[in-house]
Structures are given as C-alpha cells and as structure tokens.
Design a protein around this ligand. Structure first.
Ligand code: APR
Length: 259
C-alpha cells in the first residue's frame, strides 16, 4: 500500500455522496474467523467444505452439517470485530448514503456498528425451517461445541417438525432476491465502491464491483493479494483490512477534523 494510493482513495471517499463497501472473508480474517476454505481444521479436517455446504449434504446427514455450522457459529460468537470493521462503520457514518454488502455469514459488521448490512450469502444467525422456511429462533451465545463427535442434531420446526437448517446460501442455491436486488441497486448508483478481502471468484456476488465500475463508480480494492478485481479497480491498496481501512479513514477525514 503506497501513501499515494491511500491519499487517492481517501479523496474519492471524502467526495463520495454514495458509497458501497463490499466485503468478503478477508475482512474477518484478522478477527480470527477461519475462512470457508481454511475452516476445516481440527475435527473437521477430513471433510470437504464444498461438499458440506450443499442442500444434498444436509438432506443426507442433517446432524453432520448442522454440527459443522454450530462449530462455525461458535467460533464467530467468540470472535470480535477488528479495526477494519470499525473503520467500515466510520465510513458509513461519514458518507451521506453508504451501504455495506457482505458475502460473510458472520455478524461482525453489525457488532462494529454498521447498520443493516446486506448479507448476500445469508447468516449463521438466521436459521430457518428446511421445509416450510419459517424463521427459527437463533440460539443465544456460543453453542455446544461438539467434542465427542461432529454431529449435532438440528432442532425441529415448531410448525411442521422438519429439521431447522442454517440460514446460509449453499452451493447450487440462489442468493436471497431482496439482498441481491439491494446490492445491485446500490452498486449501480454509487460514486465509490470499496471492495475488501474478497477473491472475486464466487459468482454472482463477484458481479457487484463490476456493476459499480460499469455504471461509472470508482472501485477501490483492499486485499494483500492480486485478484481478478484488480482489472476494474481505480486504486489497489495491497494490505490487510485491519491496517489499510483505518489508515484510509484517517487520511479521508482526520485532516478535515483538525482544520
Ligand atoms: N485483509 C484483506 N484481505 C484479506 C486478508 C486481510 N487480512 N486476508 C486474506 N484476504 C483476502 C485473500 O487474499 C482473498 O483474496 O481475502 C480473500 C478471501 O477470499 P475467499 O476465501 O475466496 O473469500 P470470499 O471472496 O469471501 O469468498 C466468497 O465463497 O467460500 C464461499 O460462500 C463463501 O462467501 C464466500 C464466497
């Protein structure tokens, strides 16, 4: 990350009337939330994440899949928002119209103070019935971590008795329509889109920064690695979210505050 890159990005943000922050797993990496792709440690090592995150896997073995999500929910409940999440909430408070769109199923944006982030891939905290889709009560606090095995029997729906499923989007499932519409609307009408910690490989979510660029927004990317989104980014800030985002907020607004 160069100082000039930060200054350029800060100018774009300060002048923005409408902004979108688009986040992925890298946003929560410094909070210690394992990314989906490295989530299979310990007890879960022998499983394939992609194979667990499907409607078929839940149908075949609901307790195995529920146990995995309980394990992930417990890890998130114990994690805390990092300085990057806090900086995103500060951007939201400064830019007149700002929307946070996240691919993450954790609640760290909310806990850092972001208002109603759009969850494109659902949430670990919004379980619902696998048959009638009625929302189920989310468990409070960390769950029982399965220590003697990986299976945790999911609760049953109070209405139709079918098993409750995690409120996340599995491979092969459509994204929630409202969330996708809100994200596309925001991306097509913003001045700046800040993409943070996403590989830009998983569609249709990865379309969001591209939509913004196509409609004339300046795209700023924060990621320690190159990604396919480099191609649409006006400014690429190579570094971890918890360092780059606070530096960006300082450069955009602190000089102004001192004036
Ligand atoms: N700060 C910023 N970016 C980081 C950091 C960090 N500290 N650490 C890692 N990254 C970047 C990586 O370089 C990578 O580009 O975060 C990105 C994470 O990429 P993915 O694991 O592919 O996560 P994401 O883009 O959110 O995946 C999209 O795919 O796994 C499914 O449904 C899941 O929502 C997820 C979707």
């Amino acid at each position: 990350m160069t100082n000039q890159g930060v200054r350029e990005a800060a100018d774009l943000l300060r002048r923005a009337r409408r902004a979108v922050v688009f986040s992925g797993a890298g946003m929560s990496a410094e909070s210690g939330v394992p990314t989906f792709r490295d989530a299979l440690t310990g007890l879960w090592q022998q499983f394939d994440a992609q194979a667990l995150a499907t409607p078929q896997a839940f149908h075949d073995d609901p307790a195995l899949v529920w146990g995995w999500y309980e394990w992930r929910r417990t890890a998130v409940a114990r994690a805390r928002p990092n300085a990057g999440h806090v900086a995103v909430a500060a951007i939201e408070a400064r830019v007149p119209h700002a929307v946070v769109v996240t691919q993450n199923v954790d609640d760290l944006h909310e806990r850092a103070g972001s208002v109603d982030p759009v969850h494109l891939h659902g949430s670990l905290f919004a379980p619902r019935c696998s048959a009638c889709a009625r929302p189920a009560r989310a468990a409070d606090g960390p769950g029982e971590e399965p220590t003697d095995g990986r299976r945790v029997t999911p609760p049953s729906c109070g209405h139709c008795s079918a098993p409750i499923r995690p409120g996340v989007v599995w491979f092969g499932e459509a994204l929630p329509e409202d969330a996708l519409d809100t994200a596309v609307d925001a991306a097509s009408s913003c001045d700046v889109l800040l993409t943070v910690g996403t590989s830009g490989l998983v569609y249709p979510a990865a379309e969001i920064p591209q939509v913004a660029a196509r409609f004339g927004a300046a795209v700023i990317q924060v990621n320690p690695q190159e990604t396919p989104l480099d191609a649409v980014a006006a400014v690429n800030l190579r570094g971890p979210a918890a360092e780059v985002l606070p530096a960006l907020v300082r450069a955009a607004w602190e000089a102004e505050d001192r004036a």
